[in-house]
Write a protein that binds this ligand. Sequence first.
Ligand SMILES: Nc1ncnc2c1ncn2[C@@H]1O[C@H](COP(=O)(O)OP(=O)(O)OP(=O)(O)O)[C@@H](O)[C@H]1O
Length: 258
Amino acid sequence: MPQSSPTARIKMESRALTLRYGAKVAVKSVSLTLPEHQVTALIGPSGCGKSTFLRSLNRMNDLISGASHEGTVLLDGTSIHDRNVDVVDLRRRVGMVFQKSNPFPKSIFENVAYGLRVGGMKDKAALAARVEKSLQGAALWDEVKDRLDDSALGLSGGQQQRLCIARALAIEPEVLLMDEPASALDPIATAKIEELIYELKARYTIAIVTHNMQQAARVSERTAFFYMGELVECGPTENIFTNPREKRTEDYVTGKFG
Ligand SMILES: Nc1ncnc2c1ncn2[C@@H]1O[C@H](COP(=O)(O)OP(=O)(O)OP(=O)(O)O)[C@@H](O)[C@H]1O
């Protein structure tokens, strides 16, 4: 189990963040910090608000009609809702990887280059260098370097998920939000993703939603337990799993409900 460093700088933070869909409260006044270069796991039973919380960190909820927020989210100490924050730039800094890999029906190369092209990068050599670096960062380069022009849809599920991670890395984010990135994968592909997450935290700050307790224990320094929209407790992963403060946490992590 990775160890949490108590002195880590705070990269992102929510303060009294409440998230609603219309009148329905999905997340209730959650204050949570994401220490830099650490993995924070978000756990809790289905419907407790983990994904809603995660999506609020790069304002993906803005895309859902009726979604609203109250409270603050800070990135390097600045509110992500400030009037002068450019949402495109925010999403470049805070990238996202989804549960189901979602490659475009394009070549492997173009999948990774996509965000760079949209961002205006035209130089072929620069594009090729960044694509290679991103695929290496996602531990996929060796498997695909000889078939970069093949369709991404011909890759295995685990490779597709690493491709989506490469696509997220290509635009050089600072924070990576991962919503159950391995839930659709077999154990070998899952182990690869977990190894990758472990390596990525040297460069990125990571928040990961997972239903898999062992996975949370393996990859994260800190774990946050959500229940019915509330953050019940958050602390070093080891404490949450072996010595939680709250009975609800203990019941959940020991499989009594969920
Ligand atoms: N687009 C939406 N519109 C309305 N309600 C929503 C929407 N998305 C989620 N909700 C509701 O908000 C609450 C929190 O959902 P959320 O998906 O964040 O939970 P979760 O903990 O991530 O669940 P799961 O583990 O099943 O993915 C749930 O009651 C859900 O039904």
